[in-house]
Design a protein around this ligand. Sequence first.
Ligand SMILES: Cc1cc2nc3c(=O)[nH]c(=O)nc-3n(C[C@H](O)[C@H](O)[C@H](O)COP(=O)(O)O)c2cc1C
Length: 159
Amino acid sequence: MTTPAALRLREALGNFVTGITVITTRSEGELHGLTANSFSSVSLEPPLVLFSLSRTADCFDAFERTEAFAVNVLRSDQEALSSRFATKNVDKWTHVGWRPGYGDCPLLDGAVATFECRVTARHEGGDHVIYVGEVVEFAHHPGAEPLAFLRGRYARVAG
Ligand SMILES: Cc1cc2nc3c(=O)[nH]c(=O)nc-3n(C[C@H](O)[C@H](O)[C@H](O)COP(=O)(O)O)c2cc1C
């Protein structure tokens, strides 16, 4: 249950504008993915990024078992994809275009940037676990407009 204090904290945190990512992995042959705005860069040398994964996520166990993940930074017209990967108990993969990357993790069509990562650390983070990954491959489309998130809503950024 989310307490009133936690709701107030979430509201205040919502003032920090973020992009939207879909983090994917492949575990025991199965595809998994979730929408996440906790993605952040950590280090350039070595190249490290992080995201935090809720302990209540259905894909939590799959991520525990995997040694690779992919970060897909969504484009401004990919709101529907974000909503789909933020919804439990739906088929997330039908009619979604992707190709396999490092560790066979799905790289989604249309993403403005992708980061293919090897898991280097898992840290305790309260009701989340913080995943740190070394970036082994990356790509981006200069000029493509990313999807943004502000105060609980999707937003546009003027580039
Ligand atoms: C904008 C947005 C950002 C989110 N960021 C995160 C996040 O950083 N970490 C997380 O664990 N869940 C995050 N979620 C929630 C998950 O996307 C959602 O609970 C998802 O269904 C979890 O995967 P599951 O279907 O395997 O349970 C976010 C949802 C939205 C809409």
